[in-house]
Structure formats: structure tokens, C-alpha cells
Design a protein around this ligand. Sequence first.
Ligand code: HEC
Ligand code: CU
Length: 343
Amino acid sequence: MRLSAWRPGSKRWALATALALGVLALAGCAQTPQSVLSPAGPVATTELQVISLGFWIMLGVGVVVLGLLLAIIFRFRARKNDDALPEQVEGNTRLEFAWTIIPVLLLAVLAVPTIKDAFAAASPPNPSTALPVTVVGHQWWWEFDYPTLHIVTADEMHIPAGTQVAISLQSVDVIHSFWVPRLAGKLDAVPGRTNSMWLEAAQPGTYAGQCAELCGTSHALMRLSVIADSPSAWSAWVQKMQHPQNTQPTSGAAQAGFKDFSTAGCSACHTIDGTSYKGTLGPNLTNLGLRVGIAADNLANNDANLAKWLANPPAIMPDVDMPNLHLTQQQIADLSAYLEGQK
Ligand code: HEC
Ligand SMILES: [Cu+2]
């Protein structure tokens, strides 16, 4: 193939450019479960306004500066037979004032909403009616603790849609960052410190999130979902979490699983509310059957995936604190019946 066929201006070049631009444009059609550009609540909406303001200011600066640069390159380019020395200038007070004052003004315009909204993002406008949730980062899962409701769970944060949620953010090990892009900007979870933020989902739905601060081997697998419930779904969930069923089954495979939970060592790390199992190194597994996902929301919650997880957790999540416990097929089936039976 002749290389010249690909020169700028050639038909092939035009075609390749059009294709490349087309692919870029199509990328915009992808689903965007984690895009700050499709906010689903008041905090994310306000933050997008600040992002947009910054974007347009910077675009304006870029157009003006590059435009002037191009104009000057064109206007003052070397011409044929013009060997004369150009006019020599040194400093221009007016110009220097202008290019100092204009950026200061632009930054001031950007600073006002940025500072105002940064403070506003820390606590809900109506703290007295907000739902408090303590969110704790662990390598590599999220714990959700509802102090006023006495509910503790993991991976999936249920909230009532249309309600302000006041989040106290903590970490037990390293620095994590809590980020649910469609609901609110990210905030670091720092060991020994409590940071605060709030969020609200305007409509019922599931909003994907993930840890946004490199926190170890399986950082990229540290996912979560915020599930915003309608009022009836919310009260049903709270009711079920406060009064879990089938936590101490007395017959069948579930009963065998209930026993395995202590004999196989699960209870050293996991809590099941309403039982004597009170381990806290791993997620509280009460009502696991209600969950949409398991293993930090990386696997859909079903018997096959739970079996895969129990058979060898580090194969799914490298370096995870839950070891391969070399369970038998029977133990896996019974534990699965026990855990999935709680819903
Ligand atoms: C040494 C502590 C430890 C032991 C023992 C242990 N686990 Fe875990 N387990 C964990 C940790 C930590 C996680 C969280 C993994 C992650 O997502 O980072 C976990 C996660 C899980 C999950 C997924 C939970 C979720 O929120 O998605 C299930 C289910 C589970 N363990 C069941 C069991 C069962 C059943 C046993 C006993 C056979 C057991 N675990 C033994 C520490 C342990
Ligand atoms: Cu993390």
C-alpha cells in the first residue's frame, strides 16, 4: 500500500478521521451508571453546576488565548524579502495589568460557588429530618450502620428516595474514598477521623459507586450500590432488617448451615443479628438473601455465585481477609441455604 494514500487531505485520511470521530461520538451513547454528568439528586446537581461553570470559563480562556496566539502567528509571520529587525518592545504595563486582573476576576467568580458548595456538601440543609448513616470503609468493602434504626449491613446502602441522608464517613484501616457519582462527589474515609457529607436520591433507583482512593490489591473491586427505595419499599426493608427471619432455623439444610456457621469458623468474622454470632472483621451477613449483589457487589447474589465465593474467596478478590476455608460441597450447599434463606 502506498503511504501517500494516507496523507492528510487524501480520501482515506478523511474516511479514517470520520470513523475515529464517529467512534468517539458513539462512546457518548454508552450507559453511564457512574457519570457525574447525569446527576440524580440535589448534591450532584449543584456540583455539576460548579463543574460546568469551571468548564465554560476554561473553554473561554482557551479560545481567547489560542485565538490570539494563532492570530499573532499569522499576522507577524516572517515574510519573503523582509529581513528587517522587528520593532523591539520591552514590557507593556497596560497589558500586564490586564492579564493579571482578568484571571483574578475569573478565579474569584469560580471561587464563590466552589467554596459555598463545598461547605454546603458537608451537612444536609435539614439535619433534624435527615437519616444518619455511618459509612465505614474496610479493605475492600463498605459497612453501612444506621445508628437510629439499629441496622448494620454491607455493600448495599438502602435509603429512602427524596430524603436527605447525613453520612459520617470513617475507615478502619487505610484511606478509602466514598464515591457515588450520580448522587454526590467523592469524600475520603480517613482512619481515626470522621468526615461528613450528605446525599439524596430524587427518585427510587440503584446508583452505583466505588472506592475512589487506591487502597490495596483489590481496590478496584471495592464497589457498592445505593438503593433508593420508594416509601413502601423502604419501610418493608427496615422492618425486615430490624426483625430478621430464619436466623436460627430448626430443620433441613438451613439448620445444618446454621451449625456450620460456627463450626467452620464463619462466626469469628461475621455477625448474624438475632444469634450468638457476633464477629465483626467481615460484613454483617444478616438477611443476605435480600441483597442484590455479594462480594462487595461484584457478583450477582445467587446460589451459584455464593458457592463460588465460599469455595475460594481470594480467587475472586485477591488478598481478601476471608481465607479459603476448604469447605466441602455439602457445607457450601448448607451454608448457602442458611444465608440465602434469610430474606
Ligand atoms: C477471617 C475472617 C473471615 C472468616 C473466617 C469468614 N469470612 Fe466471610 N468475609 C470476610 C471478609 C473480610 C469479607 C469481606 C470481603 C470483601 O468484600 O472485601 C467476607 C465476605 C463474606 C461474604 C460476602 C459478603 C458481602 O457483603 O457480600 C459472605 C457471604 C461470607 N463472607 C460468608 C462467610 C462464610 C459462610 C464463612 C464461613 C464458612 C466465612 N465467611 C468466613 C471475613 C471472613
Ligand atoms: Cu478502598
